[in-house]
Design a protein around this ligand. Structure first.
Ligand code: GSH
Length: 197
């Protein structure tokens, strides 16, 4: 059984969205987490080493980090065609965009929001405006991150784009807005998120 450790309206919604796109059986265990306002607490039932969500348990495997969970799931269900498996075309592109959200997109835009100056050459991510350029150039060429087909990279990094647009951390452009509309109109997205991201 797949068990998702979950808190509504958090990043674990992305994994629930993916599980719904996959159409596989799973259970959720709702846990408490620490909040920005100082409320909340780590839930001892949560296997995540930092008490965060999402975390996944499956057949004795613990998986944490949204990108890693997405990769685990799409490799587990290759027949669902939501992520290229080893040996398939676009596998490298897929892994790159899965890691891009937590490695580049989130830190770059969070640093800008916090007013921290980017130090070229010293940080493992690019400056926020450069990230915006790359996203716009990529998505101007194709409807989804990997091309014509939707994949879990659209849930992980694309879901991040939806969230960051909503909270005005990413500049709105026709390319990104139309991409976000493609994602948020998907039945599985609406089932999990409603009008929330
Ligand atoms: N890099 C992690 C981030 C996970 C994360 O920060 N989740 C938030 C909820 S959106 C959380 O659990 N926060 C509680 C805390 O920071 O203790 C991932 O992508 O899975």
């Amino acid at each position: 059984m797949l068990t998702l450790f979950h808190k509504p309206k958090t990043r674990s919604n992305s994994i629930m969205w993916l599980l719904e796109e996959l159409g596989v059986p799973y259970e959720t265990k709702e846990v408490t987490i620490r909040s920005m306002d100082g409320s909340g607490a780590i839930d001892p039932a949560n296997p995540h080493p930092h008490g965060k969500v999402p975390a996944l348990e499956h057949d004795g495997n613990r998986v944490f980090e949204t990108g890693a969970i997405a990769l685990y799931l799409t490799d587990l269900f290759p027949e669902k065609k939501l992520g290229p498996v080893p040996g398939e075309a676009l596998r490298g592109e897929y892994l790159s965009w899965l890691f891009y959200r937590s490695g580049v997109l989130e830190p770059a835009l969070m640093m800008r929001r916090l007013g921290v100056k980017h130090m070229q050459g010293a940080m493992g991510w690019a400056e926020a405006s450069e990230v915006e350029t790359v996203l716009n150039e990529t998505l101007a060429l194709r409807p989804y991150i990997l091309g014509d087909s939707f994949s879990a990279a659209d849930i992980v990094t694309g879901g991040g784009i939806v969230y960051l647009l909503r909270f005005k951390m990413l500049a709105e452009t026709p390319v990104l807005t139309e991409y976000a509309q493609r994602l948020t109109s998907r039945p599985a997205f609406i089932k999990v998120m409603g009008d929330h991201t």
